[in-house]
Design a protein around this ligand. Sequence first.
Ligand SMILES: [Zn+2]
Length: 167
Amino acid sequence: MLEAEGAIHRTPGDRSITHAYPFSNEPTGHSVQLDPGPRVFAMCAIDALGMPFMLKRDAQIESACIECASPVRVQIQAATIRQHSQAGLMVWLADQPEGCVVAIDICPNLNFFCSREHLERWQRRTASSGRQLTLAEAVGYGRKVFEALLDDDADGRAADGLPTHDR
Ligand SMILES: [Zn+2]
């Protein structure tokens, strides 16, 4: 088990949050250190950026430019971007075909890029269709998606087991 090997760290009481979308049970290229909370893995860059808003917690997101593998970090504090690595950090938002399973089909194509130049190089090579987002746009998008996700579940089931923001 990954947990036994220490690949997934979590504290008692936080168990439920690592067992449903958007959390990945297996390590991915996008790790999210929740504060307070465990380190979890996100399925994609947008999921990673949306988690702090979904959970109403601060978070330190660690990933890498998919083109050159340079480390990428984004710190979300009090629902705003507190600091981040590369000034020109970008996120690729792939087009979403009707009826596909987002987590499986699209997520692998939602990644961070250290610069617009690297994004465009990757885009030319892969002939992907989608949209370039600045970090601020990507955070806004992730926030919108995940706040809507919670609204869909008006009976509050999605919030079961999630500690509330108590600071
Ligand atoms: Zn790069």
